[in-house]
Design a protein around this ligand. Structure first.
Ligand SMILES: [Mg+2]
Length: 375
């Protein structure tokens, strides 16, 4: 069985096993019946708010929902403070990354003037912490930007032996002659053993170099002289885990910016062009269902002893292709709410990935959810 298939199954098993501690999920049957004047696209009849009993939890995207670039969406702080006062469990599920979960929780807490705990932060690469069970002792290559941050993130997850593309470039300057490595000194502890797994944690600054080195590592078994040894056609022995998801994202600019997913597209295309074989990889981040399962598990773990374990989940996002698509694919116990403060701006709803509810901003989203739950 190819590694990506077995790992996907393994991830599903992990999620299912850990989530089994929570009560069995029941289908949400509360999607309609709102007093809101906005259009709902749910198709199931309502039996009123909170008829199924049990608890609920809310999952927020960040860019285009809580923030636009570095600017705070005005209703975001009050909405989060309202949830804190009501003790409604919530987490953040962002396709961003590149920093410790604790650093992002501090950043959001400061910007929104509302407390976010590190355990409430799910970044694109946060589920990679589960890979430690397989790769804790392996030489793992990190790919992305601001490598010192990525090393800290990997160490916090429990990876004991990591290297980076920058370290590899220092060790093998000829790998990418167009730019000079950032240092002449080979970093201490540079692993000499083969790379067993590549973790792409966010989009790198030097796309060209990182694409080149990734392809080198993947087609030389991660061992020997990089750039010389090629595995037999059609094989890929080094595992690749990729948490670059969003093709585009929203900022203060009127048109979207290329996101980390653009790097994934570039690497996938160039691997196919140069080897003749499709890139094999395990993908993390929205809209992958595994990320929503991880969010369910995290929400359940964040509920206090007296709180009801969530059985119904709301995704508040701005991007129909990621936030809404993933929520729709994750089961009828998920309800998707799309804001107009990010990627989706015009029209009643997205034609391809319609949300259950479309609202102007995160403040309206929270009010609508609370009304659905009878609060
Ligand atoms: Mg977004």
């Amino acid at each position: 069985m190819p590694f990506w298939a077995s790992t996907n199954r393994w991830l599903q098993t992990i999620s299912a096993t850990r989530f089994a501690q929570a009560p069995l999920l029941r289908p949400a049957s509360h999607l309609l019946g709102t007093n809101s004047t906005r259009h709902s696209y749910a198709s199931t009849p309502s039996d009123g708010p909170n008829q199924t009993g049990g608890g609920f939890g809310i999952v927020f995207d960040v860019d285009g929902v809580l923030l636009k670039g570095s600017t705070v969406v005005p209703s975001a702080g009050p909405a989060i403070r309202k949830l804190l006062a009501l003790q409604v469990p919530f987490v953040v599920l962002t396709n961003g990354g590149g920093m410790l979960e604790s650093a992002r929780s501090e950043l959001l807490s400061r910007k929104l003037d509302a407390e976010f705990k590190p355990s409430q932060i799910i970044q694109s690469h946060t589920p990679m912490r589960q890979l430690v069970e397989e790769h804790a002792e392996d030489n793992v290559l990190l790919v992305g930007k601001r490598y010192e941050n990525l090393k800290a993130v990997a160490a916090s997850y429990g990876f004991k032996k990591v290297t980076t593309v920058e370290d590899m470039h220092i060790h093998h300057p000829r790998l990418y002659p167009d730019i000079k490595p950032g240092s002449d000194e080979v970093p201490q502890g540079f692993p000499q053993e083969p790379v067993k797994a590549v973790l792409i944690m966010n989009d790198p600054t030097f796309w060209g170099r990182e694409v080149q080195v990734c392809i080198d590592v993947l087609r030389c078994n991660g061992s020997g002289d990089l750039g010389h040894q090629t595995v037999p056609a059609g094989t890929q022995h080094v595992k690749l885990y990729n948490s670059c998801s969003d093709l585009e994202y929203s900022t203060e600019l009127p048109v979207p910016r290329l996101g980390a997913g653009a790097f994934k597209e570039a690497l996938s295309t160039l691997f196919l062009k140069t080897t003749g074989h499709p890139l094999q990889q395990v993908e993390f981040g929205k809209p992958e269902v595994a990320s929503y399962k991880f969010a369910e598990m995290t929400l359940c773990q964040n509920v206090g002893e007296e709180g009801a374990l969530p059985e119904r989940f709301y995704m508040v996002g701005d991007n129909p292709k990621t936030d809404i698509r993933g929520a729709r694919a994750s089961g009828s116990h998920w309800t998707s709410v799309m804001t107009r403060t990010g990627m989706f701006v015009e029209g009643e709803n997205d034609g391809e990935h319609p949300a259950d509810m479309v609202v102007n901003d995160v403040g309206e989203a929270v009010d609508w959810i609370l009304a659905q739950e009878g609060l």
